[in-house]
Design a protein. Structure first.
Length: 387
């Protein structure tokens, strides 16, 4: 009898008669706007595949459709960025669901309405509620329509669905829109073992790293606005932005307009090793994000002994611990003062960094994959029992 939790969950799923898992996500990992949700799916699916689970991961595409293997699971890219939802729903309504197939529905703002076409053997991954994010993504009245669908219409459809989210604060938000607490399971994301401290890489000058998709919701430009005033007290300050996305041109324009190229560096996407090096060399990791399921960059930085300063939002509150692994601030405008405070206090930064290592240590992607697969087994088991 196996003692590996992931192998045991895979064996249980097979014993329940499920030989394939289909997942539905808005974007794939190689999408230009891919972020934490896409990374989360890949980290889990590659481990499920290694445990012997057949996975088909269906997403939209920004190019021509294609099917290929990644990390042991099959990726099917088909449908445009916005019409993919209607295409999937219409296709599934007229398709008989195989009895040996279970479903993972990744709800990223726009739901797939899986309860209509896959009422059984299904788990929803809902990282956070988007709310004000709709105003960043779409003009009115489309933003109002998106918010209404997410917070008023869809929750009525999902009241009996098994929903996994990343943090207790995100779970509270999801419960507030009408999904019962009994249907919610909190499973924090993992931290890859590559993220480790290396004191010899710490920069000799005050350095802040900002990691994430370059998008209005992440508010990188507002963070730069907040950091500008502290340069009088910290003239050697260096700010390094890692990531790519739709806001890149606007951030480039901000750097030019503020003659900031001497202290702000936009790196774009970097390699895995390059990202580790950025965390290890920074004095602080900063996030001014408007909404997060889990601030993964804060936990990754913490694993490298780099404390954080971030906005006080659901998802940030668990990714870091206020006053222990860094500082949470009321809004993005307050980031500058908190960053300046910590840059000037080496003793507290070192203390926060040591605590951040401990906080990140218990977050394992192998454990996450096992928990998520076990949750899917429970959904399949309940569907079988209710027949």
């Amino acid at each position: 009898m196996t003692t590996d939790p992931l192998a045991a969950a895979a064996a249980r799923l097979a014993g329940l008669g499920v030989t394939r898992v289909e997942s539905y996500a808005w974007r794939d990992l190689d999408d230009p706007d891919a972020g934490g949700s896409e990374l989360h799916a890949d980290e889990i699916f590659r481990r499920w595949a290694a445990a012997g689970v057949e996975i088909v991961h269906r997403t939209s595409t920004v190019d021509s459709g294609r099917t290929f293997l990644r990390n042991g699971y099959r990726v099917v890219q088909s449908g445009g960025r916005f019409d993919v939802f209607a295409r999937v729903v219409l296709r599934q309504l007229f398709r008989r669901r195989p009895a040996d197939t279970a479903t993972i529905e990744i709800w990223n703002g726009v739901p797939w309405f899986g309860p209509i076409w896959a009422p059984r053997r299904r788990v929803v991954w809902l990282h956070h509620v988007h709310r004000e994010m709709w105003d960043d993504a779409l003009p009115r009245p489309l933003s109002d329509l998106g918010r209404i669908v997410e917070t008023r219409i869809a929750p009525r459809c999902y009241r009996r669905s098994s929903v996994a989210t990343l943090s207790t604060s995100s779970a509270a938000e999801i419960e507030a829109i009408g999904i019962p607490a009994a249907q919610l399971t909190v499973i924090p994301p993992g931290v890859h073992e590559r993220f480790v401290p290396e004191a010899t890489r710490r920069s000799s000058v005050p350095t802040v790293v900002i990691v994430g998709r370059l998008a209005p919701v992440k508010r990188q430009r507002a963070v730069l606005d907040a950091l500008m005033p502290i340069r009088e007290a910290v003239p050697e300050l260096q700010v390094r932005l890692v990531g790519d996305g739709p806001d890149r041109a606007a951030i480039d324009a901000w750097i030019d307009a503020h003659d900031a190229a001497s202290w702000v560096t936009l790196l774009g996407r970097v390699s895995d090793d390059g990202l580790v090096a950025e965390y290890q060399s920074a004095w602080l990791a900063v996030s001014g994000s408007h909404a997060e399921g889990w601030g993964m960059s804060l936990t990754e930085a913490g694993a490298c002994a780099t404390p954080s300063v971030a906005t006080d939002i659901p998802g940030h509150r668990e990714a870091m611990i206020d006053g222990v692994t860094g500082l949470l601030v009321r809004d993005v405008d307050a980031l500058g003062a908190a960053v300046g405070e910590l840059l000037d206090d080496e003793q507290r930064r070192v203390r926060f960094g040591a605590a951040a290592i401990d906080h990140a240590r218990g977050l394992s992607w192998a454990a996450v994959a096992a928990q998520q697969l076990e949750l899917l087994c429970e959904a399949v088991d309940q569907a079988t029992a209710s027949r």
